[in-house]
Design a protein around this ligand. Structure first.
Ligand code: GLN
Length: 199
């Protein structure tokens, strides 16, 4: 199995590390690659779009020719996990800020996203979050200038909420998380994603 982490800006190396650890735990053989140009997308069984600045990541993905290709791969069924800025990029509809800046969205998940949804006082925080698809123990979720989802429709399924706000969404081959699962030692969400990629 070959998994690619989009590495143009943001929390790239942490995702590489934890995805490799998750692969070992699942007993899957394969590699996890740093993907910074379109050619490197070829043959990937799964794509991770990390956190960072969604405006920058989106524009750099366009400049490198990866943007359209990732969109096509997603529409073709390749699993994509987007965390934080990556979640924003997966959304079909953005908030006022997204519209004002004209930042590009991949438009793959039936959700409306709100950037920086938790305000200034709560720029970053950690909570124990129950996540439906994991069952068992809650997940220690690290939020950093995180987005939230205002609403979902269609096939999107809410898998996590914090203070009533939607912070995790699963839709077919897409997994969107408002927080940073690569910043803890808990590999469960990456393992879940790798099993999506194995199908
Ligand atoms: N606030 C960032 C954005 O809107 C996302 C923050 C993050 O990925 N940690 O793009």
């Amino acid at each position: 199995m070959k998994i690619g982490v989009i590495g143009v800006q943001g929390a790239v190396s942490e995702h590489l590390g934890i995805t490799r650890a998750a692969m070992e735990r699942c007993g899957f053989t394969g590699s996890v690659e740093w993907v910074d140009r379109a050619e490197k997308l070829r043959g990937l069984d799964g794509i991770i779009i990390p956190g960072g600045e969604s405006t920058t990541i989106g524009r750099l993905m366009q400049r490198t020719g990866m943007f359209e290709r990732i969109r096509e791969m997603g529409l073709g069924g390749v699993p994509i996990m987007g965390t934080c800025a990556g979640m924003i990029l997966l959304a079909k509809v953005g908030d006022e800020q997204v519209k004002r800046t004209g930042q590009p969205l991949l438009g793959l998940v039936d959700m409306e996203i709100e950037r920086n949804a938790f305000g200034r006082q709560r720029e970053s925080f950690e909570v124990d979050l129950p996540i439906t698809i994991l069952g068992g123990e809650p997940f220690r979720a690290v939020f950093i200038r995180a987005p939230a989802v205002r609403r979902v429709w269609g096939n999107a399924q809410v898998i996590a909420r914090f203070n009533g706000r939607i912070v995790g969404v699963l839709q077919q081959n897409f997994l969107a998380l408002a927080f940073h699962p690569e910043l803890t030692a808990d590999t469960r969400l990456h393992e879940y994603f790798l099993r999506m990629c194995k199908r």
